[in-house]
Design a protein around this ligand. Structure first.
Ligand code: CO
Length: 306
């Protein structure tokens, strides 16, 4: 099979095409979803429409689409009975597409009040500044330095305990960690590497904590399960192939009380990991921008619209 050769990594032409397609589909879904984020809509309507859009475009969600509001930086995914209504919030939409396990991850912020455009620009410009230098040989700490400097120039702080990440087949998060400040990491980017860069800017302290009531989960270990209804739900979860999923997807197929019991049990035995909403420590507003990038001499932004 013909191979595209980078210095440290090889993809077949087919594989790279799938990665590019996943990027394009998530770009379209993000654009579509951003248009749905309007005063009076519910978060539930938005995420369900975006998940559906990704499927219509020929992919599957890399993870359940999420809309995190104001001081929630990430990982808010509504349950089927959630009634959160969009009004004047700072809304982060985070989406990804999977084409045969080749994944993309992209996010944007919609400022519904119109009063936080600088905050939105801070994370957006930080992302662009980092992309400009995301070429082979750039050290990870340097990406973080550029992100922090850009966000600080707007008078905001980066969230330092959130970071970008590598992306692998059926793996939303792999090494390396792409920091949002100069953490001193001297590891170099390499030709052909696929990474997601995701600066978060905040008017708060610049760190998040994990809150409670997670709705996003991911299988991490195939533990044996005795209870027959838990086993049935775990079998369904294994259909997600190690990609994150949300409770809502299961509640459509199994009674809610069984889903709740199974998720708690599976988390307790270490079969699944939970991702609770991440909240800014001082409840500052948070903006986010994210792209998936193929590292090359001229970095290729896989999740760019055109
Ligand atoms: Co990401």
């Amino acid at each position: 099979m013909e191979q595209i050769r980078y210095s440290d990594i090889r993809y077949s032409v087919e594989e790279l095409d799938k990665w590019r397609l996943a990027g394009k589909i998530s770009a379209k879904a993000l654009h579509y979803g951003a248009g749905l984020i309007k005063k009076g809509s519910t978060v539930l309507e938005v995420v369900e429409s975006v998940d559906k859009k990704i499927i219509e475009l020929g992919a599957k969600p890399s993870f359940p689409s999420q809309v995190s509001l104001d001081d929630v930086a990430a990982h808010f995914c509504p349950d089927s009975d959630d009634r959160t209504v969009l009004d004047t919030q700072v809304a982060k939409l985070d989406v990804g597409a999977s084409v045969d396990g080749f994944l993309s991850d992209t996010a944007a912020t919609i400022d519904l009040s119109g009063n936080n455009s600088e905050l939105v620009k801070a994370s957006g410009d930080a992302l662009e500044a980092a992309i400009r230098i995301a070429r082979p040989g750039t050290v990870l700490g340097e990406l973080g330095r550029v992100i922090r400097e850009t966000i600080s120039s707007y008078g905001f702080s980066p969230i330092i305990n959130l970071s970008g990440h590598g992306i692998g087949r059926f793996k939303v998060h792999t090494s390396p960690t792409v920091p949002n400040y100069d953490n001193g990491d001297s590891e170099e980017l390499f030709d052909g590497q696929i990474i997601a860069i995701e600066p978060f800017a905040t008017s708060g302290s610049g760190s998040i904590y994990e809150s409670s009531n997670p709705t996003v989960f991911m299988e991490v270990s195939k533990k044996p399960v005795r209870d027959s209804s838990v086993r049935l739900i775990f079998a369904e979860i294994q259909g997600y192939k190690g990609l994150p999923f949300t409770k809502r997807w299961l509640s459509g197929k199994f009674p809610s009380f069984k889903v709740n019991y199974a998720l708690k049990h599976l988390a307790d035995i270490g079969a699944i990991q939970s991702f609770p909403p991440l909240v800014e420590r001082r409840h500052g507003l948070v903006s986010q921008a994210e792209h998936t990038i193929l590292v090359r001499e001229k970095p290729e932004v896989l999740t760019r619209m055109s």
